[in-house]
Design a protein around this ligand. Sequence first.
Ligand SMILES: [Zn+2]
Ligand SMILES: [Zn+2]
Length: 338
Amino acid sequence: MVLRKNSNAESYPLKYEDVENPEPKENDILVQVSYCGVCRTDLHVVEGDLPPLAFPIIPGHEIVGKIVKVGRNVRTLSEGELVGIPWLHHTCGRCEYCITSRENLCDSKVFTGYTVNGGYAEYAIGEEGYVFALPEDSDPAKLAPFLCAGIIGYRALKMALPRPGGRIGFFGFGGSAHLTLQLASKLGYQTVGFSRNPSHLKLAEELGASETILTAGSDQGMLRNKERNLDSAIVFAPAGEVVLQALRVLKKGGIVSIPAIHMSPIPQIDYDGDLFGERKLMSVESNTRSDAQEFLNLAARLKLESTITRRSLKEANKALSDLKNGDVVGALVLDCRL
Ligand SMILES: [Zn+2]
Ligand SMILES: [Zn+2]
């Protein structure tokens, strides 16, 4: 499913085309894609919220599939293995960020499904060191959302520095929040789901939320008169006003972490009323490879399970427009086996 120019998801800008099979370079692997998750970042790539970097481009960065070919320098991966290819495709390995294990901040990052072709396709390329072995004993479609929604949510949870057993708010309950809330609940935190959408809150309850709060109508959704009782908050919704909502129910010393690659402007923050008391805002950029491996280990150990809606590869446009309209509970996954 190829993107040739940015356009609204409702205009179905991805075209189903025959393209040449990619050829793995010396450090690469070629994967036959079984499933690819649909992430909000794909929507930002397609609609041009992120600056366009390459056309034509095949989106998709939650790729699950078997290795069918390896480049000649590849040592740790072999044909037939089930692997995941995530968003972080390659980093320079030499800059101040890369040499201090902060490769998520590298200025020369390459992104799957944005700067190089991704997984809305039958075949995709990954680079050794940036792809992850996946367990063979679970439903591979349900592993796809782990590769971005899960990993980035895990990093956001780490960055929010919740105290052990503390109370964490989850704002905007999509693909990433549904995995992160599940993880946090299993790790013994109190978890509170906030959403405008009652069906999202129902899922939050099923996944172990200690409490859910419907934000629509609550003082124009700004939560002004609620008790400030969250130790930490994670804002998944790409809407600046939600950051303010989160700040207004945060305890002193708390952190609001924001795993969003793009967000609408945050409304004016009142320093005295909203931020004072050592409250902190923290953006989260991508993830390191160790975040990815830590999350995948935890997901297997704690038996995290994605709630998914399956679509065929050819339905990618419909999937993106449903995601945009908030009509999705859990995560969307494309079946790329034609
Ligand atoms: Zn670098
Ligand atoms: Zn993503």
